[in-house]
Design a protein around this ligand. Structure first.
Ligand SMILES: [Cu+2]
Length: 497
């Protein structure tokens, strides 16, 4: 409808101009060329003046009216640390071009008015002025140098890579038709290596190398969640065609190129909630977010930062939108704790796991942590002073330690060596299968095996005693296999501190 009205207006204006021209043509034939020309000149000069003022007013009013849609202003303020300087750059350019626009506009229409035909005036002959040439070359040069130098400065700051000493989070975004695979580094803070030859849509979408320990805790979340105030380095790549990683509110935009990793660094400075509260002040956001539901939530309440693909990459391009959530540090840590490593969830102990025959660092650390907290508890509490060495294993019916036990015992040796004066008893226990005497002997030699191993690892022999209890101290029923398994165990008891 509006389009039709606009076309009609243009057509009508054209008809009016043609008609006016014809009228003055006829009039000039009747009244003589001279007087008509003077009249037309006067009229045109007047219209120039009217247009000069009218168009200036129109520009100023419309700029004021749309000011909230300008970058870095009102509801469009940047939400990242570098965003403000980028917006300022656009605004400064706008100020300079605005000044030039107003001056040239006035000159363009004032001159036809001022210097309309006047018989009594003789034109000045003016061919060259060095001063004038210098002035109008120097002014744009100075202005452009200022803009370029400032722009370069802003660019270099925004694109400066991370200083290894700095505190930052590195995440990775891989674009493909038509979604993003996001990857976070997990507890170690490091993203694992990838190899495109290992990409497999079924169980390795990013081609992660599972022999690389750094990959074991990496996780692939469905939403982009980041803590406020922390520097983020985004590693950006693509799997098929060109995509573009675009976070409009953070003034981040970088091509995702297959085979050529790019990156962008930014620091979010406003949480999603803070940004919503800012939007709340503007009438444009105080309307229902869904027009068909007038009582539903308002636009500012449903606002979300977003990640978009800004490269027209195919027909499903639009579906690459992802919600971005900026939260406080504690909420971020809470969210992190709910994420599970892709490897542990999908690969560990399957046929695709290259680490089947060994414990991975993640599991070793977990065992260490468990042992440490049990050990510390036993040392500090006194009454529950016995801990079970859950991961000490023997060959069946023998006192020779399985290789797997070394993780637990090595760490136990560290703990004991650093607790000088602490005396512990290492005990062996069996289930009730077989003869009691045999069990007693076996448990004694197992306890001694543990003691000897620890002494071999540098623990002082004075700290350690070993005792076998055979089947005399069951912790479970010996009726079930599970119960018997629980009864076959090695323990550590704090004797004195
Ligand atoms: Cu795309």
């Amino acid at each position: 409808m509006t389009g039709l009205i606009a076309i009609l207006t243009v057509v009508l204006l054209a008809v009016i101009i043609v008609q006016l021209a014809r009228i003055s043509e006829i009039a000039s034939k009747i009244r003589g060329e001279e007087s008509v020309r003077a009249q037309v000149n006067n009229r045109t000069a007047f219209y120039c003046l009217v247009f000069m003022i009218g168009f200036l007013i129109f520009c100023i009013v419309s700029a004021w009216y749309y000011k909230n849609d300008m970058l870095g202003y009102g509801p469009h303020a940047a939400a990242s640390a570098h965003g403000g300087s980028l917006d300022d750059m656009f605004d400064i350019t706008l100020v300079f071009t605005g000044i030039v626009f107003v001056l040239t506009h006035i000159a363009l229409f004032w001159f036809p008015y001022k210097y309309k035909e006047d018989k009594s005036r003789i034109a000045t002959f003016f061919a060259h002025s060095t001063t004038l040439e210098i002035v109008w070359t120097a002014i744009p040069t100075v202005v452009l140098i200022f803009l370029v130098v400032r722009g370069l400065n802003v660019w270099n700051n925004a694109m400066a890579d991370i200083d290894p000493e700095e505190d930052y989070i590195e995440i990775e975004a891989t674009g493909y038709q038509f979604a993003w695979d996001l990857r976070y580094p997990g507890n170690d803070g490091k993203l694992g290596t990838r190899d495109y030859k290992m990409i497999n849509t079924a169980n390795n979408p990013l081609g992660q190398d599972w022999t690389d320990e750094k990959n074991h805790d990496d996780f692939l979340p469905t939403e982009l969640v980041l803590p406020v105030g922390v520097k983020v380095r985004v590693r950006i790549t693509a799997k098929d065609v060109l995509h573009n990683f675009y976070l409009p509110h953070f003034r981040v935009k970088m091509d995702a190129v297959p085979g050529l990793p790019t990156y962008f660094i930014f620091t979010p400075i406003k949480t999603t909630d803070e940004y919503r509260q800012e939007l709340r002040k503007y009438p444009a956001y105080q309307v229902p977010s869904d027009p068909t539901e007038p009582d539903g939530p308002q636009k500012w309440e449903t606002f979300n930062y977003e990640l978009a693909c800004a490269e027209l990459c195919g027909k499903g391009h639009y579906s690459m939108r992802r919600v971005v959530r900026i939260v406080e540090q504690d909420e971020y840590e809470e969210w992190l704790s709910q994420q599970s490593s892709y490897y542990m969830l999908n690969i560990r102990y399957t046929e695709n796991d290259p680490n089947l025959d060994k414990l991975i660092g993640l599991e070793i650390n977990q065992r260490k942590q468990e042992l440490k907290s049990a050990f510390d508890n036993a040392v500090s509490m006194g009454d529950i002073n016995t801990i079970r060495l859950k991961n000490v294993f023997f060959e069946t019916g023998s006192a020779s330690l399985k290789n797997d036990s070394k993780y637990e015992l090595d760490y136990l040796a560290e703990l004991l060596s650093s607790s000088e004066g602490l005396k512990v008893e290492l005990s062996g226990h069996t289930d009730n299968t077989g003869e009691s005497e045999v069990n007693m002997t076996l448990s004694q030699s197992r306890a001694e095996a543990v003691r000897d191993y620890l002494i071999g690892k540098g623990v002082s022999a004075d700290q350690l005693s070993a005792k076998g209890y055979g089947d005399t101290k069951p912790v479970n029923s010996n009726e079930t296999e599970e119960g018997r398994q629980n009864n076959r165990r090695s323990e550590l008891k704090i004797i004195s501190k």
